[in-house]
Design a protein around this ligand. Structure first.
Ligand code: RIB
Length: 319
């Protein structure tokens, strides 16, 4: 197994809408769809569709949605280990997608919250062979810690702090090799870990040195701050292990016809994990270029898990 994802599975209920409603306003939707999602599962599908042997650890209720999840994982070739949680429903989300493809999400973690550290640690055979362990924050904190601390020596631990957990504590940073927040999550980490307050919307416009200095406030870790249509920013305490020539740099995003940005960050993280697992000695920058293409292409399709492009589709589109 090359990539092991520990995280959430949700059923996404998606309404297209011309613009987001104001508080107290009722707006008419422009169409409804439902499909598989959850940051964890989306990232596992993104990784698997990039050709990396991928495993997933998650939790499900005992309901019809759980059956669909199990079937879907099998169809995608993902080696899934599910903790079955009785008397709880499978996770679900309400998502609004506006005419610009931007989204607003309401999440009921449900079974995801009951994924236990014990269940995660019990999947030791998966941790023993994983080259990359990838974790988000849509589960209980015990499961997140267990995933990061169960990784074997030499395994790359990637923490995508999405969304930043209510019980976040800064010691988690020491358990990961790479942190991948988006602008909102980065601003929240700065506030919580470094008592530094900056508006998320202001981050992409900062100069490289300024942004690098902010990243360094989080400690001696490597960060990739994803900036949506403005690409991503990389900041290292030490660039050498990543074969990066510079301590910080920015990569532009591919230009695409955006239909739905839901899951774009998941596409990026899953594809990055797949790239780093495939060629561990490859320069980070090369892996990021591929991850950026996967993320960009995912936004041209509606949906989350099922919008992840295959490696062949990415190659066909971007060469
Ligand atoms: O990142 C997108 C995902 O966030 C959706 O699929 C939804 O399930 C939420 O977890």
């Amino acid at each position: 197994m090359h990539v092991l994802v520990v995280g959430s599975y949700n059923q996404d209920h998606v309404w297209r809408i011309d613009r987001f409603p104001q508080p107290g306003e009722t707006r008419r939707g422009l169409g409804f769809t439902t499909g598989p999602g959850g940051k964890g599962f989306n990232q596992a599908v993104a990784s698997a569709r990039q050709g990396a042997p991928t495993a997933f650890i998650g939790a499900l209720g005992e309901d019809a949605l759980a059956r669909t999840a199990r079937e879907l994982a099998a169809t995608e070739g993902i080696a899934a280990r599910w903790q079955a949680c009785p008397d709880v429903s499978t996770g679900s989300c309400g998502i609004l997608v506006d005419a610009n493809g931007q989204n607003q999400i309401v999440l009921d973690l449900a079974a995801n919250e009951y994924l236990t550290a014990t269940f995660v640690r019990a999947q030791s055979d998966l941790f023993a062979t994983a080259r990359v362990v990838l974790v988000q924050m849509e589960t209980g904190m015990g499961a997140i810690r267990a995933a990061l601390t169960s990784a074997s020596a030499g395994c790359l631990r990637v923490l995508n702090p999405a969304p930043v957990h209510a019980e976040w504590d800064a010691s988690l940073l020491a358990d990961a090799d790479l942190i991948t927040p988006n602008e909102t999550e980065f601003a929240e980490l700065l506030a919580r870990c470094a008592d530094t307050h900056i508006a998320a919307e202001a981050i992409a416009a900062l100069g490289d040195e300024e942004l690098h200095a902010l990243c360094r406030r989080l400690g001696d870790i490597s960060l990739i701050v994803t900036l949506g249509a403005r690409g991503c920013f990389v900041s290292h305490a030490d660039p050498a292990p990543w074969q990066d020539p510079a301590s910080c740099y920015r990569l532009a995003a591919e230009r695409v016809q955006v239909c739905d940005t839901t899951g774009a960050g998941d596409a990026f993280n899953g594809a990055l994990a797949a790239e780093l697992a495939r060629q561990p000695r490859r320069a980070l920058r090369e892996a990021l270029l591929q991850a950026g293409r996967v993320a960009a292409l995912s936004t041209e399709r509606a949906g989350a898990a099922l919008a992840m492009p295959t490696r062949a589709q990415v190659q066909q589109r971007f060469g």
